[in-house]
Design a protein around this ligand. Sequence first.
Ligand code: PLP
Length: 421
Amino acid sequence: MTDTVAHRIHPSSPAPTDRQAQAIALEDEHAAHNYHPLPIVVAEGLGAWVTDIDGRRYLDCLAAYSAVNFGHSNPLLLDAARAQLERITLTSRAFHNDQLGPFVTELAALAGKDLVLPMNTGAEAVESAIKVARAWGYRVKGVADGQANIIVMAGNFHGRTTTIVSFSDDPDARAGFGPYTPGFRSVPYGDADAVAAAIDENTVAVLVEPIQGEAGIIVPPPEFLPALRALCDERRVLLIADEIQSGLGRTGSTFACDLVGVVPDLYLLGKALGGGIVPVSAVVGDREVLGVLRPGEHGSTFGGNPLAAAVGRAVVALLATGEPQERAELLGLRLRAALERLVGQGVLRVRGAGLWAGIDIDPALATGREVCELLMERGVLAKDTHGSTIRLAPPIVVEPADLDWAVEQLEAVLEDLAARS
Ligand SMILES: *Cc1c(COP(=O)(O)O)cnc(C)c1O
């Protein structure tokens, strides 16, 4: 499908309309204020585009933090969901269902592993992996009971539960929510020597994002993950890769770990695994590790439900073709080249992999939030990470011309900001 430029032109309207203002006020009145959304009220989505309640269209360059990698209302994924909706949606794991077996088999094959532990949200996958790593430490490695420690990275983002925020170093995420869960050691991201120094006989795992998303799309030195792999093998420690945002096509490969030829002991998956339709997450690993869990020790009412499994199967089938990965790689090269041209014109630095870019805006010009507000007025939805960094992660189905157009809008925003200052 080729887009005409005409339909992309977005009527600039700095102030929200009355309808938008009312919808926002309603949400603000009764929804807890744990987010600070951009002032847009989305009503519909198709492919890489969303439409607000006044009918204005925007190119979605966030894709729900990569949960919508395959586009809004992806027809293949919707078909799978619709068919399953008509059959059965929830059984609980008290009984078997006819979708779970095929889902875990197909996902394990995609990852080259034996076993899958299905959960719902990303944070649950992380929590599950922490339990698995500790149980493995006590039952297999022989760590003394209650002594296990896990190495984590400074700048990490793994979710929002009390245990996960215990090892976050983001004051907004952590402060005021103690007492904190013990058993974690934080080291600088990208520094394998620091990891080596932090490991002791009670270390059961190293938990790492192969690329740190929320921290600003931080790509570690290429030797970092291979060095962690070697270190974990040598010291008998599990390598856990949180691929919840980086995995499933975003970086131009199935897993970001593939980019450096590393196979972790456990993959943590989420976000795109649910196809933007339902929350689906998973821990994927080999029998020697995931096999430590025994009946009754872990679970979830919704984990592995037939609707989630049916959608997950459709996502795995998409990825098994290799097409989304190839498209993300090609479009990523295009995006990267276009963004590099903005360096020195209000952009300090560009980082990323595949169709995933972190862009450091000159803080003298604007905050990331301000840039995202101005982009929104021009019909592009993006999200700041920290300070003056913004991220671009459009659905992989985005049309090349639309991607170019988004970068043109960023260029125009930067020109406006430069003229203003
Ligand atoms: C989003 C995210 C999580 C948490 O996922 P939720 O579904 O929001 O709980 C964990 N790790 C990473 C790397 C993420 O990007």
